[in-house]
Design a protein around this ligand. Structure first.
Ligand SMILES: CN(C)[C@H]1CCc2nc(NC(=O)c3cccc([C@H]4CCCN4C(=O)Nc4cccc(C#N)c4)c3)sc2C1
Length: 410
């Protein structure tokens, strides 16, 4: 007879697929995948729907849902969805709510990339990584309720401010520490760029947007054939291994740090070109394509660090661990060290008027309900469209079940 506590622990442990949220996802997914006119004609299915309708409706009304939040403003947009600043009606707290459109993901058969993002933000417990408070879903979207970063992203900062060497030094140093945490959790980011570095209300940064992350194997390598990332920031080894069974290490992210440092100091990424294939050609020939403009003053230390990041993976700085990066003379300064930078005063602290100030984000027009427009007409058979998303729901608060456990087991 299994120890009752083991089962109760599993039901409550949001790291197992057996937990309560995962089981409720499964029941609701089955119900919604059966709830289409064509297959209701099957007696067993219609009876199943009739018998469970009220409890499913009750569940959907009592689990976290979109209408629990007031939408304030769209603050970001990505390939499969957008991010909105929202306020939770009951708690009055503001969050960044990321929506991913299930129909888009199903249409492109791209229904697995969000697991790393969910797990990294839910379990990293690091001040360098944007935190996930809840994840929930309905028949059309996945939702991630994340901490709001009112300072906006570094891309927006670069648009509005001339970045000094001191600022660049500070942001790159914090980025180095953030990547070290992500790497030590066993992930490669693969899409490090200014848009994915967010600024908190105190001016410190956090990493965001982990959709392109990949797990590092025990041998220290990640295997993934699809080249992901943003053209200007893609590393040469990612381009070389395009389409093959790519093998990369953590040094892939250090390349992007070199690109970022160059762009912060110079204003444009080093291998920018008028077309993507031309940019890729310049990246592939980086050793003869890296130039520093004559008219922009860049210290020798900065040039040296950039060159050490923008080199072949085999000799790239950071390949032998983070210490060789921290020791580089570019980071020498009087204000902070890598050990105390999180407690130092950042060079730029955003001015904010209220907890819902979105002035540090650019404006996005409200997407017409195009989502509904491209939603599928109801399928002609059981398609299992909800199955890929079972187990996504997450909440780190001790839900009602945990309360039950504490009474039952005390
Ligand atoms: C090809 N396959 C394999 C996959 C490769 C990885 C991947 N990532 C996707 N990602 C998206 O579709 C998506 C949706 C909304 C926002 C964002 C980001 C990009 C713009 C801002 N953003 C974001 O996450 N912002 C964010 C995050 C956390 C806190 C705050 C705040 N405040 C803001 C991305 S779709 C997709 C396909």
């Amino acid at each position: 007879m299994p120890n009752p506590e083991d089962i109760a622990d599993q039901l409550l442990d949001h790291k197992t697929s057996l937990n309560v949220d995962g089981l409720l996802d499964a029941v609701i997914a089955l119900y919604n995948d059966c709830n289409i006119p064509v297959i209701k004609r099957t007696q067993n299915i219609d009876a199943f729907l009739q018998r469970n309708q009220s409890s499913i409706t009750h569940l959907e009304n009592h689990r976290l849902k979109c209408s629990d939040f007031d939408s304030i403003k769209v603050i970001g947009r990505g390939a499969f969805g957008e991010v909105r600043l929202v306020r939770q009606k009951v708690s009055r707290k503001v969050y960044a709510l990321k929506l991913l459109n299930k129909n888009e993901m199903l249409r492109r058969a791209d229904t697995a990339f969000f697991w790393e993002e969910r797990d990294i933000m839910a379990y990293s417990e690091s001040k360098w990584i944007v935190r996930l408070h809840y994840a929930f879903q309905d028949t059309t979207h996945l939702y991630m309720v994340m901490e709001y970063m009112p300072g906006g992203d570094v891309a927006n900062l670069m648009l509005n401010y001339e970045i000094s060497v001191e600022w660049a030094k500070f942001y790159v140093a914090e980025l180095v520490l953030a990547l070290d945490v992500l790497h030590s959790r066993g992930y490669i980011h693969r899409d490090v760029k200014p848009d994915n570095i967010l600024i908190s209300s105190t001016g410190h940064i956090k990493l965001a947007d982990f959709g392109s992350c990949v797990k590092i194997g025990d041998d220290g390598f990640a295997r993934c054939s699809s080249a992901v990332g943003t053209p200007d920031y893609i590393s040469p080894e990612m381009l070389e291994q395009q389409g093959t069974e790519g093998i990369y290490g953590k040094e892939l992210d250090w390349w992007s740090v070199g690109i970022l440092l160059y762009e912060l100091l110079i204003g444009d990424p080093p291998f920018y070109a008028d077309s993507i294939p031309h940019t890729y050609a310049r990246i592939m020939n980086h050793s003869t394509n890296l130039f520093f403009p004559e008219d922009i003053q860049v210290s020798d230390a900065a040039k040296d660090l950039i060159q050490r990041f923008l080199s072949d993976a085999k000799v790239r700085l950071g390949r032998n661990g983070i210490q060789e990066v921290k020791n580089h003379r570019f980071f020498k300064n009087e204000k902070w060290t890598f050990d105390n930078i999180q407690h130092s005063t950042p060079p730029y602290v955003p001015t904010l008027n209220g907890d819902d100030d979105t002035s540090h984000f650019e404006d996005f027009e409200d997407q017409t309900e195009a989502d509904i427009a491209n939603s599928f007409s109801s399928p002609k058979a059981f398609t299992g469209n909800q199955l890929p998303f079972i187990g996504f729901t997450y909440s780190n608060e001790l839900g009602p079940i945990a309360a039950l456990k504490s009474t039952v087991l005390t």
